[in-house]
Design a protein around this ligand. Structure first.
Ligand code: ATP
Length: 312
């Protein structure tokens, strides 16, 4: 029996080469269970190759990979049952109806015969395809095909879902629905790894950021604001406040990240109670507070900082 690991993904020293190209250069990292990890990096960084290795679709030359407690190199078939994977350039069985596509994906991922119908209906509902179940895949729009492909990747209720550019080809409404779906899947305890070039979208639902460049991981961390017990608070004041930074720094449990004459960003430990106490303290200190807003770290800025700082 595979030994379950608290991390959903553990990769160690993974090396993968195409002829003449080292796509993964001894990559090591962990992805916490229950997280949504944004996999980002410039074109050619190795994101697709990494996802394919994690999903057991490519075999690295060196290293080890465990996903959902399964040793991917030892038991690739067991991985396929626990993992869902959406390829960046997927194909559908064009001659099959959406219902048959889903049923086929369910069977291929090890869903028992008796459970297939239920899984097809649930997935169609979830992906907004219930009205199109009898339509042939060839007769779907680009965005509808994308939704079928995502449905196929999650029909067997995988523990880990990996999606390579899932939002490409979707209209803004469908993108928004996808962001909602990812949040919902995370709440159900599924670990997600999502690669995308559209960072603003990843920002909506990601808890962690994994940055690749030249076949290496250059950053792997939780996004601030997504970490329990650590909040960033943006303050604005109706007028300039004299010695604002010193006044804020004197408040308990607070670190001042930025302060101007009439605005500041603070970091605060301790969740909602601490935020309430901070708000009270600011008002009691007689400061002309006009805005008190929780701020999440901006994935886009953070990514550009990381990639900008990494040696090329
Ligand atoms: P993108 O953001 O452009 O999709 P990526 O981060 O997904 O890029 P990969 O597709 O994993 O990057 O490619 C990593 C490296 O491996 C690149 O240098 C690429 O040229 C090379 N590569 C990818 N697929 C092949 C292949 N089938 N044969 C040879 N080289 C390949």
């Amino acid at each position: 029996m595979p030994h379950p690991h608290p991390a959903a993904v553990v990769a160690s020293g993974v090396l993968f080469e195409y002829p003449g190209v080292r796509a993964l250069d001894e990559v090591s990292f962990e992805v916490p269970a229950g997280s949504v990890t944004a996999l980002v990096g410039p074109n050619g960084a190795g994101k697709t190759t990494l996802l394919r290795c994690l999903a057991g679709l490519e075999r690295p030359m060196l290293g080890s990979i465990h996903v959902a407690g399964v040793d991917v190199l030892e038991e690739p078939r067991a991985v396929h049952r626990r993992v869902g994977f959406l390829s960046d350039f997927f194909g559908l069985y064009d001659a099959l109806s959406v219902a048959r596509c889903f049923a086929h994906a369910a069977a291929a991922h090890g869903v028992a015969d008796a459970d297939i119908d239920g899984a097809v209906q649930r997935t169609a509902q979830r992906m907004g395809l219930a009205g199109l179940l009898e339509r042939r895949a060839a007769e779907l729009s680009r965005g509808q095909r994308q939704r079928v492909a995502i449905g196929q990747a999650l029909i067997h209720a995988p523990q880990v879902l990996m999606l390579d550019e899932p939002a490409s080809g979707l209209d803004p409404e469908a993108r928004h629905a996808l962001a909602r779906l990812f949040t919902q899947l995370r709440e159900e305890g599924i670990t997600l790894i999502v690669s995308s070039h559209i960072l603003a979208e990843l920002d909506e639902y990601s808890t962690h950021m994994l940055v690749m460049r030249h076949g290496r991981i250059v950053e792997n961390r939780a996004l601030e604001g997504a970490v329990a017990g650590l909040a960033r608070v943006r303050l604005a004041f109706a007028q300039a406040v004299e010695a604002l930074e010193a006044k804020l720094a004197a408040l308990p449990g607070v670190r001042v990240l930025r302060a101007e004459a009439d605005a500041a960003v603070l970091e605060l430990h301790g969740g909602a109670e601490a935020q309430a106490a901070l708000l009270r303290a600011l008002v009691q200190a007689g400061l002309p507070l006009s805005e008190f807003a929780l701020e999440r770290e901006n994935l886009h800025e953070s990514y550009l900082r990381t990639v900008g700082a990494a040696p090329s």
